[in-house]
Ligand binder design. Structure first.
Ligand code: NAP
Length: 268
């Protein structure tokens, strides 16, 4: 009897290839099938960045896929298992008694001047909007009401699990992933007697939405996690908490704040 179908996504490191070989053998022994196209479980081997790639490869099947991350370096935020724990991982997967865990995603809709239909993306970490050459000017609306006119390098909108990534580097708050909310953080805003923004990150609830309306220009760069939206005619981008969530398999309950401490502070 087969236990389920597993896809394995790895980065290019030698340690990841070695872990992949060992994991494939262990999974087959435990009656799993390796299926890179139509899996029930997706295992990433590498780092949090590899997990992001694995997520996007299967983000159109989120309702029936569970994800699991193996880190070949230090522990990450999406990667619960280390590459020397593969036997334990497979046994845990077969007797998965961990409570189901899922975390919020960001629904990103990009509207274009030259297209009627907006394009929809899901972000696991964040979306950023920046302007390549001059100062970016954008009107920020919350629930259809103008909130502020932003001038500066750009804006970052992140999920709770993405709050420890780019968001943290631009001064955003770290959010516990059980909080169903998203965060807007400024990237080098211009604040003086003429231009004024709130100047601090804001946390937006799951019943609210955000829209960033851009001044007409062809040189905006919109990123979603690891990829860039290529288009010259971006008019606005709106954000809300997505209906879909990312579901984890064999999620190990490490105290979230301990994970944050281990990653950013170390021994006190
Ligand atoms: P990447 O190599 O995939 O990631 C860059 C770094 O961010 C890696 O060290 C990665 O950890 C770490 N990371 C990814 N997601 C994280 C999370 N949720 N919490 C804490 N750390 C996380 O680089 P990329 O392909 O350019 O972009 C992927 C992500 O990198 C983006 O979503 C963005 O959040 C982040 N990024 C951060 C900055 C910045 O902080 N200035 C700039 C650009 C991009 P691993 O080593 O475990 O993979």
């Amino acid at each position: 009897m087969t236990e389920g179908k597993v896809a394995i996504i790895q980065n290019k490191q030698e340690a990841s290839s070695a872990a992949n070989n060992k994991l494939t053998a262990l999974l087959k022994e435990a009656n799993y099938t390796i299926d890179q196209n139509d899996p029930d479980i997706v295992i990433s081997i590498g780092g949090d960045g590899t997990f992001l790639s694995a997520f996007h490869e299967f983000d159109h099947k989120l309702d029936r896929i569970r994800f699991l991350g193996v880190h070949t370096g230090h522990l990450g935020f999406y990667t619960d298992w280390r590459d020397f724990e593969l036997e334990e991982l497979v046994s845990n997967l077969s007797n998965d008694e961990n409570p189901p865990i899922s975390y919020p995603l960001l629904d990103v809709q990009v509207k274009y001047y030259d297209q009627k239909k907006p394009q929809r993306f899901l972000a696991l970490n964040e979306a950023t909007i920046k302007r390549a050459t001059r100062t970016m000017v954008a009107d920020v609306y919350i629930k259809d009401e103008i909130f502020e006119r932003f001038r500066g390098d750009g804006l970052s909108v992140s999920t709770p699990t993405g709050s420890t990534a780019y968001n943290k580097s631009v001064g955003g708050a770290v959010l516990h992933p059980r909080i169903n909310a998203f965060q807007l953080a400024e990237i080098a805003s211009l604040n003086n007697r003429v231009f004024r923004t709130l100047g601090s990150p804001i946390i937006i609830s799951d019943s609210e939405w955000l829209e960033i309306s851009l001044e007409e220009s062809s040189d905006y760069m919109v990123t979603i996690d690891r990829f860039t939206v290529e288009h010259d005619e971006i008019e606005s981008i709106s954000f809300k908490i997505a209906d879909e969530r990312v579901h984890f398999a064999s999620y190990r309950h490490m105290h979230f704040w301990r994970r944050v401490k281990d990653s950013f502070i170390g021994e006190v």
